[in-house]
Ligand binder design. Structure first.
Ligand SMILES: NC(=O)c1ccc[n+]([C@@H]2O[C@H](COP(=O)([O-])OP(=O)(O)OC[C@H]3O[C@@H](n4cnc5c(N)ncnc54)[C@H](OP(=O)(O)O)[C@@H]3O)[C@@H](O)[C@H]2O)c1
Length: 270
């Protein structure tokens, strides 16, 4: 049985939006030795300032690290796996965050040399508040590996072990989710500006609004709609705004947005 390090060295290939968010989040928790390899040096510079060491090539990164995260675009993933193969050993653990790249493709990509995990994160990992789906169906994964992955990603968010079949749904709802939430937040900021608040003030007010609404919802056993209705006084201004959302079928459009992302995710699955 391959021994799993209790304090693994973590490396990431591809340090863009997602790889950079994971490395920056892990750097903030200060418990891991971290390495990154990416194409452009500008993407590495802010991470190096946080303590991530830059590796000049994939082979050096594989040799130095126990846990290898691949966070390049899905179509670039196989080429990276190919570059890694020569230096991979059975005691490494590979994690891919690429949307649509199946566990089977990953296992073939590493030629069965080491265990693989398919993960789907989201960008709030940057601030330690990500949500991670983990497909840990590779029979080479031991309970120790699984515990290590939950601990690692648990430092920067909330982890859920899920079957691979649910990944397109998770990606459409949660992987893509920050984009929907930020889109709605921006609409509120623009409404504030339209009503005369300076842009920075409108943003600050909307941030506080979202934070407060989330905290209230988290601390309440009531349905979201019951909490919403408590804001709507009879003949008041809120119900007028809510009625407009209803007549424009905003909820239906949000559901459709997620379903369209899901259809695209299913089509990308390989
Ligand atoms: N963004 C998200 O919210 C999100 C959420 C869930 C999953 N994902 C997954 O995360 C992965 C990365 O997405 P992203 O949004 O972070 O893309 P991104 O910002 O474009 O990052 C990809 C990074 O990989 C680098 N790269 C490309 N080819 C490379 C190579 N051969 N060697 C070293 N580095 C290389 C790129 O370098 P350059 O900067 O020089 O191009 C870039 O920095 C994707 O597979 C995606 O499905 C993303």
């Amino acid at each position: 049985m391959v021994q799993v390090s209790k304090n693994p060295v973590v490396g990431c290939v591809g340090c863009g939006n997602m790889g950079g968010a994971i490395l920056a989040g892990l750097a903030q928790c200060g418990e891991y030795q971290l390495y990154g390899h990416t194409r452009s040096s500008e993407r590495m510079r802010p991470l190096m300032a946080k303590g991530v060491k830059s590796m000049a090539d994939v082979t050096s990164l594989v040799r130095a690290c126990d846990v290898l995260i691949i966070a390049v675009k899905p179509h670039q993933t196989l080429a990276i796996l190919h570059d890694m193969q020569e230096s991979l050993k059975p005691d490494k653990l590979l994690i891919s965050v690429a949307a649509g790249v199946s566990r089977r493709v990953l296992e073939e990509g590493v030629n069965g040399i080491c265990p693989v995990v398919r993960a789907m994160p989201n960008t709030p990992a940057l601030v330690g508040a990500g949500v991670f789906a983990l497909c840990m169906e590779d029979p080479k994964l031991t309970q120790e590996h699984k515990d290590l992955i939950h601990t690692l990603f648990g430092k920067i968010g909330f982890t859920r072990e899920l079957p691979e079949s649910i990944f397109p749904a998770f990606s459409a709802l949660i992987g893509a989710g920050p984009a929907y939430v930020l889109h709605l937040m921006q609409a509120l900021v623009q409404a504030g500006i339209t009503l005369g608040f300076p842009a920075a003030e409108s943003r600050r007010l909307v941030e506080a609004l979202c934070e407060g609404s989330l905290r209230m919802a988290q601390q309440s056993p009531e349905h979201f709609m019951e909490l919403r209705d408590k804001v709507c006084s009879p003949a008041g201004l809120t119900i007028t705004g809510v009625n407009h959302l209803e007549s424009m079928a905003v909820n239906g459009h949000i559901i459709e947005a997620v379903l369209e992302a899901y259809a695209r995710g299913c089509a990308m699955e390989k």
